[in-house]
Design a protein around this ligand. Structure first.
Ligand SMILES: Nc1ncnc2c1ncn2[C@@H]1O[C@H](COP(=O)(O)OP(=O)(O)OP(=O)(O)O)[C@@H](O)[C@H]1O
Length: 314
């Protein structure tokens, strides 16, 4: 779906992106991960031509993106920014109508699509008449996402989409976004410097350093088969939590996994060992369950951990 070949971008004498090559399949969520300044945002912005590479080529569905006007290209590529990118002097309704109006949608079509997205994103319809400054950070982020999804672009670029949120909001909004049907089927490239976030959201992770790619692979591949010492060191501090997030219930206890999601091209289900552990802990504490669709009757934390450690020894 997206193919980047030998991309190079320099700013003056410093090289932000140094000959990187990667591919993203249709429906896949690729996370660009790395420390500040390693070239993630520059890479992302080359895909919607906000930045032009010095050399290298990007193909979208086999076509060089330079063959399209940037404005036309961007209508098929949603873009979600850390600080939501909403225009402060436009109401929420006006903000989300910008691209549909460019595409000459009528008012009724815009209203219908906005209502649908507001419902899916748990946004109260009364927010439509407000200005962005009157919304909470989480609401602003949801509106930013709604805006990028209005015309249902097949590709979505997300630059630190949860970066401006407090930790708790961040964790819950991330979980919600991950299960959102509008996002499950999209091809997504997401930038983050948060390792946990990358492991929760990414089908594959592209770990960058100093403008170069050190490894691209599934969370499991990076953790259990790091390509070099840099990768192992980068992940080491949070290893156990990452392992729990990167292994799925379907892989260790298929008999308890009634949640296999047909839209999930990775075919690993949607519940990680970490998620399942949280569900069991919440149940133990009598707090509401995170997810009700799981056939986990009789599953205990001990059983889960024992299956996880057997899996790791394989
Ligand atoms: N417009 C610009 N002019 C000059 N230098 C730039 C410009 N944009 C980025 N850079 C430099 O290019 C390098 C890569 O920046 P980039 O924003 O892509 O990194 P990043 O990995 O996204 O970092 P962060 O997580 O801090 O946003 C950095 O050294 C940055 O200072």
């Amino acid at each position: 779906m997206i193919k980047a070949e030998n991309l190079v971008k320099k700013f003056g004498s410093s090289t932000a992106v140094n000959s990187i090559t990667f591919e993203v399949k249709e429906g896949e969520n690729l996370v660009l991960l790395g420390t500040s300044g390693c070239g993630k945002t520059t890479t992302l912005r080359m895909i919607n031509r906000l930045i032009e590479p010095d050399s290298g080529t990007i193909f979208l569905n086999g076509t060089d993106i330079r063959s399209q006007q940037p404005e036309v290209l961007r209508r098929g590529i949603g873009y979600v920014l850390q600080n939501h990118g909403l225009f402060p002097h436009y109401t929420v309704a006006e903000n989300i109508a910008i691209v549909p109006r460019l595409l000459k949608w009528d008012n009724e079509a815009i209203r219908k699509r906005a209502d649908e997205l507001f419902q899916k994103l748990n946004l109260d319809p009364s927010l439509k008449d407000k200005f962005p400054a009157a919304l909470s950070g989480g609401q602003q982020q949801r509106v930013g996402l709604a805006r990028s999804l209005m015309v249902n672009p097949p590709v979505l670029l997300m630059d630190e989409p949860f970066g401006a949120l407090d930790n708790l909001t961040r964790i819950s909004i991330r979980r919600e976004f991950r299960l959102l049907d509008e996002l499950v089927k999209k091809t997504i490239i997401m930038v983050t410097h948060d390792v946990q976030e990358a492991f929760e959201m990414g089908d594959r992770i592209c770990l960058m350093d100093k403008g170069e790619i050190r490894q691209i692979g599934t969370p499991e591949e990076l953790l259990f088969h790091p390509a070099n010492e840099f990768i192992a060191d980068f992940l080491n501090e949070q290893r156990l939590q990452l392992e729990l997030k990167s292994v799925f219930l379907t892989e260790i206890l298929p008999e308890y996994s009634a949640d296999r999601n047909d839209n999930d091209h990775s075919d690993r289900g949607t519940v990680s060992v970490w998620d399942q552990m949280e569900i069991l802990l919440q149940r133990k504490n009598n707090t509401p369950r995170l997810q009700d669709s799981i056939a986990d009757e009789g599953l205990t934390i001990e059983r889960l951990m024992s299956a996880f450690s057997t899996y790791k020894k394989r």
